[in-house]
Write a protein that binds this ligand. Structure first.
Ligand SMILES: NC(=O)c1ccc[n+]([C@@H]2O[C@H](COP(=O)([O-])OP(=O)(O)OC[C@H]3O[C@@H](n4cnc5c(N)ncnc54)[C@H](O)[C@@H]3O)[C@@H](O)[C@H]2O)c1
Length: 374
């Protein structure tokens, strides 16, 4: 047991009999929260952590200190330095692997390292056993690499990940609610437009509605619009007429808050992302229309536009729930169980280069462990 949280991860390691792999090291790009700390410390006993890079580090210094106390190299760059840091550190990790005759496993969230590996580290690619990925975003990145040279194993499209999506949506709504309360605003009765009605978007829309918001939905997929409609949401068939939402929440994983949408937003409205990077809103366009930008809260910037409107950008366009860890650990941990299983698959039965989801049989084990210990 870790406090009162059942030891889902320790049980997973036991159940699958995960071995130690002294000739393999891990290069990690992850969020640094207490739940990831447990995962990393456990995996470190089996596959040594060479380097850990924190995404959107929100200042939990205990996580960093605990990893460093284990002798692990940890970096927590700002978002705008993330890609450069990954590039520099991946090159250094690969050099260390070469010197020590070790292989490397990439363990990441968002496909940052797999992309960098293919664009900047071709000469060392043979040292990489493969990549483990938790998010759809990271799978989409791998799909766009023209000649993928390593296997990417993912738990991004499993049924448990879909279940987590609902909770992520709730975390997005909760994080926004917290920030609004900090500045004295309430969600109740306000109009919101959610762009993207996928796993996370549907959860976000439901959770915003539960908090009293008047929620509309837009998705480029007509079938998703039918689903949103059947779930009781008002829908926008196009983005040419979005009404006057006071909040626009992008949860598509692509750019959904376009210049056209920004032009239609009323003054004092909020732009929010619930996805995984800063690409949900057309930030260069917002920037180009801004006469001045003032921080009105540590997670809200007021953009005064040339036409006089004020638009509030939450968390500089990065996901609002990155301002704190709010998906309960026991939910995230069924995915971490899946990741541990992927590590074993990669190191025991490495597949050819390509993209592979976790098998249904292994997912059943993660689900069984979760239900048995809970
Ligand atoms: N914030 C977090 O903590 C967190 C956690 C998990 C996943 N995510 C991210 O959330 C994003 C969504 O994940 P998901 O699992 O819901 O994906 P999904 O594929 O289930 O849903 C995406 C939806 O967006 C729609 N869409 C695509 N482009 C659009 C556009 N331009 N306008 C409107 N809708 C559009 C798609 O049709 C689809 O219905 C991904 O980037 C994922 O990595 C974030």
């Amino acid at each position: 047991m870790t406090g009162i949280l059942p030891d889902f991860l320790g049980e997973t390691v036991k159940r699958i009999n995960l071995k130690s792999y002294p000739q393999v090291r891990q290069f990690v790009v992850q969020h640094l929260y207490p739940d990831t700390l447990r995962l990393l410390l456990l995996l470190h006993k089996h596959v040594e952590l060479d380097c850990v890079i924190g995404i959107g580090y929100s200042g939990d210094s205990r996580v960093v200190e605990t990893l460093e106390a284990e002798g692990i190299r940890v970096l927590t760059p700002d978002f705008n330095q993330l890609q450069d840091t990954i590039k520099k550190e991946l090159v250094a990790s690969l050099q260390r692997c070469q010197e020590h005759n070790s292989g490397l496993v990439i363990h990441e969230v968002g496909g940052y390292a797999i992309k960098t590996l293919h664009s900047h580290c071709q000469e060392h690619i043979h040292l990489v056993k493969g990549a483990l990925e938790i998010t759809k975003q990271g799978v989409w990145v791998a799909q766009e690499i023209p000649h993928l040279k390593i296997p990417q194993l993912n738990c991004a499209q499993t049924r448990l990940k879909q279940i987590e999506g609902k909770m992520v949506g709730d975390a997005v709504a909760a994080a926004l609610d917290t920030i609004l309360r900090n500045v004295g605003l309430s969600m109740v009765g306000r109009k919101a437009l959610v762009t993207g009605y996928g796993w996370v978007g549907a959860g976000t829309a439901q959770s915003l509605r539960t908090r009293g918001m008047d929620v509309n939905v837009f998705d480029i997929d007509t079938i998703k619009l039918v689903e949103a409609s059947v779930d009781g949401f008002a829908i926008c068939r196009t983005t040419d007429s979005i009404g006057s939402p006071q909040f626009i929440i992008g949860v598509s994983g692509r750019q959904s808050i376009t210049a056209n949408i920004i032009d239609q937003l009323p003054s004092n409205s909020f732009i929010v992302s619930g996805a995984s990077k800063d690409h949900e809103a057309d930030l260069p366009y917002l920037q180009s229309q801004s006469q001045s930008i003032n921080e009105v809260h540590k997670h809200i910037d007021a953009h005064t536009l040339k036409d006089g409107r004020i638009i509030y950008l939450v968390n500089k366009g990065y996901p609002v729930n990155f301002t704190g860890s709010s998906v309960p650990d026991e939910i995230v941990e069924f995915l971490f169980s899946e990741l541990i299983m992927l590590m074993q698959v990669l190191l025991e039965n490495p597949p050819q280069a390509g993209i592979y989801p976790l098998s249904n049989e292994l997912e059943e084990i993660a689900a069984d462990i979760w239900l048995s210990l809970r």
